[in-house]
Design a binder for this molecule. Structure first.
Ligand SMILES: [Zn+2]
Length: 107
């Protein structure tokens, strides 16, 4: 039963027939399709989040995700990133600091 469930989820996620998902699971010792599922879920939530933010503060899309663990992770990571960038602007206001990965990525 567990195998069937996994095959169903992989087939749905990658838009392939269950027979293809089953063969992939059997032939790939790393089971990459299974390993990628959490990342695909994260990418999906990140996309929903970004679209909602783009639509502005009146958008109610994110209300449906209040108890969603993955969406909470997306929000936390986004907030951490903003904090990191804000702190970086304070620390290196002129940029161009040798050896700083954030100065280097600013372009
Ligand atoms: Zn810097």
């Amino acid at each position: 039963m567990r195998r069937l469930w996994i095959i169903t989820v992989i087939a749905k996620a990658f838009h392939v027939l269950p027979s293809v998902a089953a063969r992939d699971l059997d032939e790939d010792p790393e089971q990459l399709s299974l390993a990628c599922l959490p990342l695909m879920n994260y990418a999906n939530r990140k996309d929903v989040f970004d679209q909602a933010i783009k639509r502005g503060s009146d958008d109610k899309t994110l209300d449906a995700y209040v108890d969603d663990e993955i969406m909470s992770k997306v929000k936390r990571n986004t907030m951490d990133l903003h904090k990191e960038r804000y702190q970086h602007r304070l620390d290196h206001p002129k940029g161009g600091v040798e050896g700083c990965r954030l100065c280097a990525s600013r372009g």
